[in-house]
Design a protein around this ligand. Sequence first.
Ligand SMILES: C[S@@+](CC[C@H](N)C(=O)[O-])C[C@H]1O[C@@H](n2cnc3c(N)ncnc32)[C@H](O)[C@@H]1O
Length: 339
Amino acid sequence: MGWVTSKLLVSRACCVENQVNGHRFSIEEFARDVRAGLAKTGQKELYSKYFYDDLGTALFEAITLLPEYGLTRADLRLLRAHAGRLSPESGRISIVAELGSGSGEKARCILPYLTGPDGLIYCPIDISPAALTRCERDVSDIPHLRVMPFENSYVEGLAAAARLRKPGSSMLVLFLGSSLGNFEPDAAAKFLREIRGMVMPADWVLLSTDLVKPVDRMLAAYQDELGLTAVFNLNLLARINRELGANFNLNHFEHEARYCDSEQRIEMHLRATVDQTVSIGQDLTVQLNAGETIWTESSYKFHPQQVAALAGKAGFVCEAQWIDAEWPFAQSLLRAVGN
Ligand SMILES: C[S@@+](CC[C@H](N)C(=O)[O-])C[C@H]1O[C@@H](n2cnc3c(N)ncnc32)[C@H](O)[C@@H]1O
């Protein structure tokens, strides 16, 4: 049976569970990761997942509107062009789980095609409560949709969502926005294998990846003229100040984006502009020299065939791949194969 179900004219508000399932990381975990990343003797690092407090989530939403940030518009164009025509020969989809949903803007393009009188469960999974709130609001008017948000990390959230599957039905996992590019290559391969371990044969993954393109276009997306990405990056230090009692002076750092050709990745860093000593809570002092950087995010770029190969090694077959004409960006429709 195809994915395309008749769009019902019946206007019935979808049901949003009033309780968000799961829990986000603890403050202890945040403190532990920050300590480990900043105490490194070589390149200091912070995990990009900590960008997304309420302010970081709002800043990311604003970044998606920047003329330089072509990723979101490309993702949306592809969804609008293909969502209604996706028709894998699988059984009925009863669950759509979206990893790192952010807002519900993208899910909105797909969900109406999958809902029907039998109902559909949509599980947005995100560590940002602000993103989940916005997401619930964005999809709240889709008929026959039950929204069950999970405030949790990708893997834990997906494991919980998979338990809601109805026997004999299939699941669609959305991983959009090129968030796979935030993983180091080995971690990306491991992550896809973990997803494969949680889905069943004939389940589906719709995976978005940003593609390699001229360096100036890729870089501009991460160092926009307005300086929003710089603020987004600096907010990570501000968050550490707010939540972990650190005393970073934001005036002593500047945002930097660079492209590493051999690794096919954009790197975001925060560069110290003066020698400085920063306290993080009571028990950690970090010494930074002028010019030294804290590495805050990697965004790997792909060639289309690399995505298919990566998926193949993880136990998926790439059934279709669509590429945006304006901003090289791919959506790959993967089907789980094997046991
Ligand atoms: C770059 S945004 C992308 C949002 C949306 N998928 C899109 O395509 O625009 C990444 C989202 O993933 C969430 N996120 C980041 N790391 C996560 C993790 N490890 N587990 C769950 N959510 C995560 C963030 O809170 C944020 O909402």
